[in-house]
Design a protein around this ligand. Structure first.
Ligand SMILES: Cc1cc2nc3c(=O)[nH]c(=O)nc-3n(C[C@H](O)[C@H](O)[C@H](O)COP(=O)(O)OP(=O)(O)OC[C@H]3O[C@@H](n4cnc5c(N)ncnc54)[C@H](O)[C@@H]3O)c2cc1C
Ligand code: FES
Length: 271
């Protein structure tokens, strides 16, 4: 069990500095939030108010993608009304941002390879971690999956910090033709490491496969869950996921406060 939630949380009104398309249906939004930038840790997220219209009052959660001085970015996919509206917001538009929220990825500073597995927009949750791993001199390999080449994310950003990236696309338009989890098996079969660690984020089905592969190969794995959220403050219980406790019972934990990062072996995948 892990619970390393940090305590500094800020509710800030900022303005959008840039909000640009980076791939088909995906945008990178940049804004200034000095305190959030200062306290953000890998895996943590912000809760963003997209609109104050009736029906849009719930904030939307997004992982902090990068931190640069007083600025943070978020990389997001258009899914529904909230993210569509967000994509239409121009530079200079005010934005309410709450964060940094949630717990963080743990990493040990052994010179052992870290394997990042990102499916679709899930790779966004691994970028701040990727930066921290490289800053600590940890060899890191990125496995990035997308439906097709036009929707591929973050490859250049990962390569720019010295990460070797293997790509998989569902339609075979670039890289391995198939799932990103195929490239994980391939890597674990070919490589002869002492103690790799896997960090993963993506669709629930992909994450459950990553957890099974990790268990088969005995590789410790941390997973960032992206359940739908209401309050993001631990109150509404809208985000819970089933987790196996130390006494081997199952309890529902809040992804917003006990997560979003869990050990893959703690999550009960088949409920
Ligand atoms: C901790 C956390 C971090 C996240 N980080 C990122 C990120 O960095 N980049 C990114 O692109 N997305 C991220 N997400 C997902 C993002 O929050 C949702 O895609 C967004 O809230 C959808 O809002 P919407 O108004 O566009 O869609 P809605 O109109 O709310 O929903 C549209 C449809 O998508 C489904 N849906 C909405 N949210 C989710 C979800 N989380 N899981 C499964 N189905 C969903 C709904 O059931 C509905 O069918 C994160 C989620 C969490 C919990
Ligand atoms: S979103 Fe309300 S408890 Fe997690």
């Amino acid at each position: 069990m892990r619970n390393n939630r940090l305590s500094n949380i800020y509710d800030r009104r900022t303005v959008i500095r840039s909000n640009e398309v980076v791939a088909d249906g995906h945008y990178l939004l940049r804004c200034e939030c000095a305190e959030i930038a200062q306290h953000a840790r890998p895996g943590q997220f912000i809760h963003v108010m997209v609109s104050q219209d009736t029906g849009m009052l719930l904030r939307r959660p997004f992982t902090i993608y990068t931190v640069d001085g007083h600025e943070i970015t978020m990389l997001y996919q258009i899914i529904g009304e909230g993210t569509k509206r967000l994509s239409e917001m121009p530079v200079g538009e005010p934005l309410h941002v709450l964060g940094p929220l949630g717990n963080t990825f743990d990493f040990i500073t052994h010179p052992e390879p870290a394997i990042l597995v990102g499916g679709g927009a899930g790779i966004a949750s691994l970028m701040l971690l990727a930066t921290a791993l490289r800053k600590n001199g940890i060899e890191t390999i990125g496995l990035v999956g997308a439906q097709r080449q036009e929707r591929l994310l973050s490859v250049a950003d990962l390569e720019a910090i010295g990460i070797t990236v293997h790509i998989a696309t569902d339609d075979g338009s670039i890289g391995h033709h198939g799932y990103v989890t195929d490239t994980l098996i391939d890597l674990l079969e070919k490589m002869n490491w002492h103690r790799p660690t896997i960090y993963a984020c993506g669709p629930h089905g992909m994450l459950s496969v990553v957890a099974k592969i990790a268990a088969n190969y005995g590789v410790p794995t941390q997973i960032a869950m992206e359940n739908r959220m209401g309050c993001a403050m631990g109150v509404c219980l809208g985000c819970v996921c089933p987790v196996r406790t130390d006494t081997d019972t199952i309890e529902y934990q809040r992804v917003c406060t006990e997560g979003p990062v869990f050990n893959a072996t703690d999550i009960v995948w088949d409920i």
